[in-house]
Design a protein around this ligand. Structure first.
Ligand code: ZN
Length: 59
């Protein structure tokens, strides 16, 4: 039996998905907003309007 576990070693199994920025359009002012993939809500940089990622989904 071996015990190779170390605190400082990163296991490939435990690596989180790296969030990536997405660009969405503000429905209020049309400005381009950067929204990270691990976020679902952000505020427009230009007008302060709160933009949900799900607003972009068309039913
Ligand atoms: Zn806006």
């Amino acid at each position: 039996m071996k015990n190779n576990m170390k605190h400082n070693e990163k296991s490939p199994c435990s690596v989180k998905i790296t969030p990536v920025p997405e660009f969405i359009t503000c429905p209020k002012c049309g400005g381009e907003i950067e929204l990270w993939s691990d976020e679902y809500l952000t505020s427009c940089f230009y007008c302060g309007h709160q933009v949900f990622k799900k607003e972009n989904i068309i039913h």
